[in-house]
Design a protein around this ligand. Structure first.
Ligand code: SF4
Length: 119
């Protein structure tokens, strides 16, 4: 399984991504269901040329894209982003913290069974 993480560009101005990366490498929270050999292929932000990034992630064989918990919590574009990404990947709409966020639940959109058995 190959995954990528997309985080909120404004947040990345002051965040090192520690919470996302810690959750991934320790298989916590949104990453708890994954097998040990799951690969983190990309870590990027939601600004810039997103279509170019999507094309590159497809080329690299990414199965699942995680939208960061800060996108879920703070971005008005959260649902649109999730829908766009779901055309090419399975989408899990958070990274660290709880599935049931403070402001909204995480969006999870499967594609090709990539999320089968995963929350
Ligand atoms: S989800 Fe948390 S750790 Fe990841 S980029 Fe946003 S604030 Fe930083």
């Amino acid at each position: 399984m190959k995954i990528a993480i997309i985080v909120r560009s404004e947040t990345l101005d002051k965040c090192t991504g520690k919470g996302c990366l810690n959750a991934f490498f320790k298989k916590l929270d949104a990453f708890a269901p994954y097998a040990e050999n799951t690969q983190l292929i990309g870590f990027t932000q939601d600004g810039g040329d997103l279509e170019k990034k999507i094309a590159k992630l497809k080329e690299l064989g990414v199965d699942v894209v995680h939208l960061s918990s800060c996108i879920r919590g703070k971005s008005d574009d959260y649902e649109r982003l999730a829908r766009r990404l779901s055309q090419d990947f399975a989408v899990v709409g958070y990274t660290h913290g709880k599935f049931d966020g403070r402001t909204r639940h995480a969006i999870c959109l499967d594609k090709g069974g990539a999320l089968a058995g995963k929350k």
